[in-house]
Write a protein that binds this ligand. Structure first.
Ligand code: HEM
Length: 432
């Protein structure tokens, strides 16, 4: 069988310098050049390791739905686990199964519907935010504050304004430091006191301190929030719940997985909408949520907040016609797959109508929330929260953004590279 094609890369470092300089651009270019499976060498040609980029929806589907062949214990997830502990996102095997069963009870459709009132309340507060009234607004900052308040209130029944700023800051630092650690050729144990390890350990300490503070908050007797429910949740078969430490790790996971991603989805969508006053007006006047949903879906197609994920092959297997050995790292890139020309005509054009005529032609051509058993547990929550915010906001304001392409950074999640400025003009439809 032939070798998997891929870029030649630096003689000693392989693809690392290209990934550090421009991960998404490098993935796009190498996909265009080499096709659906690309071999990326990390390190020297005689001793490096290879990571395989699998971009075709058929292969993404297998990687996400065949746990006998594709595991989750990858180098990237290990780095995340070191920083944020053992929550659903980072657990594997039987412990993951036990947690998922318990946490799933908190995210049923009925439960998520129970949070719509607080989402609507928070959305109307955004409408009155002083930055919007001043006319020029940093969309990313505004969206981060909204999603943190929503996830905070859903989790603890209370606003967590005093930790919003610290969390915003820590998430940025965590993204930068852990991404740099992921791209190292040799990952030194976190216990060694290198400058980067010290920073990462400090970030971890501060994140856990925030989670502990939140867990220590007295809960109201009538509380009906996620935390109260998590503490009360019991496995139907064993009657066993989660320990306080397991709960802390889950809570930190919700805070981190649950706000930055949604904030990104909203920021990117609003940025694109800022050049499309026609769609803004249609959304503001729409009788139902179909168009606003399609617009958010299209925003996440072009800018998937979870821009990449990984799996590891547990046995020798075949991907896209090539033999791949057990123990190989598989890179899945929603960024690239969402631009796959076989599935997306004019892939770089922002066009929400794609999602008006039914689901994508291939289920795994569109993977902003992943798929299979490990699909995002917060998907309904995130979609509901985004729909409510966009609808509320566009009834009160028109947004104008620059025509420059948005500059993004693929850290743990996809983040804008600096503030995302927009001009907000109060709408005649419903004066703010
Ligand atoms: C637009 C917003 C969001 C996006 C794009 C997103 C994306 C994703 C993706 C792609 C995965 C799967 C990763 C993989 O297969 O390797 C995932 C998993 C997860 N997400 Fe989300 N997410 C979002 C919002 C949320 C929210 C609001 C929460 C919770 C409040 C959340 C909690 C989680 C958790 C706990 C997992 C791990 C699930 C498991 O492995 O069992 N996410 N998310």
């Amino acid at each position: 069988m032939n070798a998997v094609p891929g870029p030649v890369g630096h003689p000693l470092l392989g693809v690392v310098p290209a990934f550090v300089a421009d991960l998404l651009g490098t993935l796009e270019r190498t996909f265009a050049e080499h096709g659906d499976l690309v071999a990326y060498r990390f390190g020297p040609s005689w001793a490096g390791r290879t990571v395989y980029g699998a971009f075709h929806p058929d292969d993404v589907a297998r990687a996400m739905t065949d746990p006998a062949v594709f595991g989750r214990d990858t180098a990237g997830f290990k780095v995340i686990r070191e920083s944020i502990g053992d929550g659903l996102l980072t657990l594997d095997g039987e412990t993951w199964k036990r947690h998922r069963k318990l946490v799933q009870q908190l995210f049923t459709h009925r439960r998520v519907m129970g949070y719509t009132a607080l989402m609507a309340e928070e959305a109307s507060k955004v409408v009155n935010d002083p930055s919007l009234r001043s006319g020029t607004v940093d969309l990313h900052d505004l969206m981060q504050r909204y999603t943190l308040r929503v996830v905070g209130r859903a989790l603890f029944g209370d606003v967590i304004d005093d930790i919003v700023e610290e969390l915003q800051d820590l998430v940025q630092q965590l993204g930068e430091t852990s991404t740099a650690r992921r791209l190292q050729l040799f990952t030194l144990p976190l216990s060694l006191p290198t400058p980067r390890n010290r920073t990462l350990r400090d970030i971890r300490r501060r994140l856990f301190a925030i989670a502990d503070r939140v867990l220590a908050m007295p809960s109201r007797p009538d509380a009906d929030d996620l935390l109260t429910r998590l503490r009360a949740a019991r496995d139907a078969d064993t009657g066993i719940g989660l320990s306080e430490q397991e709960i802390r790790d889950e809570v930190l996971g919700f805070l981190l997985a649950g706000h930055e991603t949604t904030a990104g989805a909203l920021t990117f969508t609003l940025h694109e909408l800022g050049r499309r006053p026609d769609i803004q007006s249609d959304i503001a006047h729409a009788a139902d949520d179909t168009l606003v949903r399609a617009t958010i879906q299209e925003g996440m197609r072009l800018y998937p907040p979870a821009h990449s994920t990984e799996r590891i092959t547990l046995v020798d297997t075949t991907i896209a016609g090539y033999r791949v050995k057990a123990g190989s790292q598989i890179l899945i890139s929603p960024w690239v797959t969402h631009r796959h020309p076989e599935f997306w005509p004019n892939p770089t054009t922002f066009d929400p109508t794609r999602f008006l005529s039914g689901p994508p032609t291939h289920r795994y051509a569109y993977i902003p929330f992943g798929g299979g058993a490990r699909a995002c547990i917060g998907m309904q929550f995130a979609l509901m929260e985004s729909t409510i915010l966009l609808k509320t906001l566009l009834r009160s304001y028109r947004f104008d953004t620059t025509s420059q392409p948005l500059s993004v950074r693929p850290l743990l999640t996809l983040r804008p590279n600096g503030p995302v400025l927009a001009t907000a003009t109060a709408n005649a439809l419903q004066p703010a």
